[in-house]
Design a protein around this ligand. Structure first.
Ligand code: ADP
Ligand code: NI
Length: 205
């Protein structure tokens, strides 16, 4: 982070990374540590381009899936532990609030738009990780973990397949990006997914 962060900020970010590593190591459903790492780096990249707060965006990227209902049985307990951890590394109350605000309401399924620009950036970064080549891989990884089929000949039975997930969600994400930077990155990843789907369906037939 040289050039952007002072030493103290750098130390805090390393501590956040280690905290996230202990929580998300080896998750098989597409929410592993490296998803957090990609979202943190992408959020920081977008923040640089959009002139937003680098520390808040990157930190929020790291912790954005803490407390997610699909991954944690007790959301409020996970968020309370996160608060406690952030206080323990001397994050200010202002920083903690900004991080918490940025990770609230970013899940697609809940259909909300984050109020803060940092929240919008983290939501964009999370959504960029659901499309493109990584998005394709995560979709089948998630589908495998859930025991889903790739696709089905019957229109009725294909509702619960991984390919259907592209039509239900992934092909919409490009149009839902908030920042100019994310929209640009999404264009290319979206085209790749369309090509992938075309090839998949050709081979299927
Ligand atoms: P978030 O809650 O952060 O919006 P999800 O937990 O819904 O993200 O998704 C995590 C990953 O799993 C994403 O890459 C997503 O596209 C994929 N995924 C989610 N639901 C399905 C599904 N029904 N079939 C296949 N992949 C899915
Ligand atoms: Ni995520």
């Amino acid at each position: 982070y040289s050039g952007y962060f002072n030493m103290q900020t750098d130390t805090k970010m390393k501590a956040i990374k280690n905290y996230v590593y202990t929580i998300f190591d080896e998750d098989p459903t597409g929410h592993d540590f490296f998803h957090m790492k990609r979202v943190a780096r992408m959020a920081r990249f977008i923040a640089v381009k959009e002139g937003s707060d680098l520390f808040i965006c990157e930190a929020a990227g790291w912790v954005h899936d803490v407390g997610d209902k699909k991954l944690f049985s007790n959301r409020s307990k996970a968020l309370e532990q996160l608060n406690h951890f952030l206080r323990s590394i001397d994050c200010t109350a202002t920083d903690i609030n900004a991080i918490r605000e940025a990770v609230d309401n970013i899940s697609f399924s809940r259909g909300k738009i984050p109020a803060s620009i940092e929240g919008k950036i983290v939501q964009d970064a999370d959504r960029l990780d659901a499309i493109g080549a990584i998005g394709v891989a995560r979709t089948f990884s998630f589908g495998g973990a859930k025991g889903q089929l790739l696709w089905h000949d019957s229109e009725e039975k294909r509702q619960n397949t991984s390919i259907q997930h592209f039509y239900d969600k992934l092909l919409y994400l490009k149009g839902l990006m908030h920042t100019r930077t994310a929209k640009q990155i999404a264009e290319q990843r979206h085209r790749f997914m369309e090509m992938y789907l075309q090839q998949f369906l050709n081979e299927w037939q």
